[in-house]
Design a protein around this ligand. Structure first.
Ligand code: MLT
Length: 309
């Protein structure tokens, strides 16, 4: 009998086509990601579950997933999967670490420009019929120091793009070797050096016990005055209350956040502050990235279900 896969989030149709082409029996029910009870009822019928971020693969869901062998996350972060519970049940959890990295890096660069030139506020003001030409004085990126926290797949692309913009790039990343840093044209530094010198900071680390609140109140106090902070990685890396205070005092000149401690974020200490640009976790939201991750997750899951590889 063909393995059965449930797609419970809004994945590109490409994934469904690939599952079918590979001989997998696939059900596309993207509304289930938000319907926990229905998902709980249906999950015992499936060998594979393909998700993005709306579906929460909790311990409870895994307990009733009698036939489940694999969960495929079309994206990078697997924060929405209880990995301990999955591993106890022998359910493999796979992600697609490369499919959306360019798109996310581009979003970080876009957010850096947006906060440097106050583009969203200037756009809203112009739409409102005001012509506030002298209100929106920005800063150039050229010649500025960018501090990249986490220079892996996405952070590495951000370093490359920032170098092309003629920024001086320093990176804090315990996994980055001196030789690689040199090849990338970035200066490898300790966190305190980055905090004290960067004109812009962008975060590209996962949310773990080690990175939680990496920009804590204490570390925010160490930042260079006038710094602008971009977070397109994960909520919880920055103490939002402390950052809001630093923005109000003028110590931090601006912030651009795509991710929040609590998501969906309907409220945050950062909301409605001047020169704070916010987007609703759009880091991976391009047609290209969504095609890539859908294709990759469907191929990987099919390989595993059909051959165990
Ligand atoms: C990811 O982990 O791939 C990104 O944050 C994208 C997302 O969750 O939508």
């Amino acid at each position: 009998m063909a393995p059965k896969v449930l797609v419970s989030d809004k994945l590109s149709e490409t994934a469904v086509q690939i599952f079918r082409d590979r001989g997998i029996d696939v059900d596309f029910m993207p509304e289930l990601g938000k319907d926990k009870e229905k998902l709980l009822e249906l999950i015992p019928n499936y060998d594979g579950l393909a998700i993005r971020s709306a579906t929460k693969a909790t311990e409870k869901l895994l307990a009733s997933a009698a036939n489940l062998k694999v969960i495929g996350r079309a994206g990078i972060g697997t924060d929405n999967v209880d990995k301990d519970a999955a591993s106890k049940k022998g359910v493999i959890v796979m992600n697609t670490p490369f499919g959306n990295m360019i798109t996310t890096a581009e979003h970080a660069i876009a957010m850096m420009f947006a906060v440097a030139r106050q583009i969203p506020e200037a756009s809203a003001s112009t739409h409102a019929g005001k012509w506030e030409k002298s209100k929106f004085m920005g800063v150039e990126l050229t010649g500025k120091t960018l501090g990249v926290i986490g220079a892996g797949n996405i952070g590495g692309i951000v370093c490359d793009r920032a170098r092309a913009l003629k920024m001086r790039v320093m990176a804090y990343d315990p996994f980055l070797g001196e030789e690689k840093a040199e090849k990338m044209g970035v200066q490898k530094v300790e966190l305190d050096e980055l905090l004290a010198n960067a004109d812009f900071i962008t975060l590209h680390v996962p949310f773990t016990e080690q990175t939680k609140n990496i920009l804590s109140k204490e570390n925010i106090a160490k930042l260079k005055k006038g710094v602008r902070i971009v977070n397109c990685a994960r909520g919880g890396l920055v103490d939002e209350d402390a950052l809001a205070e630093a923005l109000k005092s003028g110590h931090v000149a601006g912030a651009a956040f795509d991710v929040f401690a609590v998501e969906p974020a309907t409220d945050s200490p950062l909301f409605n502050l001047p020169n704070v640009v916010v987007t609703p976790h759009l880091g991976a939201a391009t047609t290209e990235a969504q095609e890539n991750v859908a294709l990759q997750v469907a191929e990987q899951m099919s390989d595993y279900l059909l051959t165990g590889a």
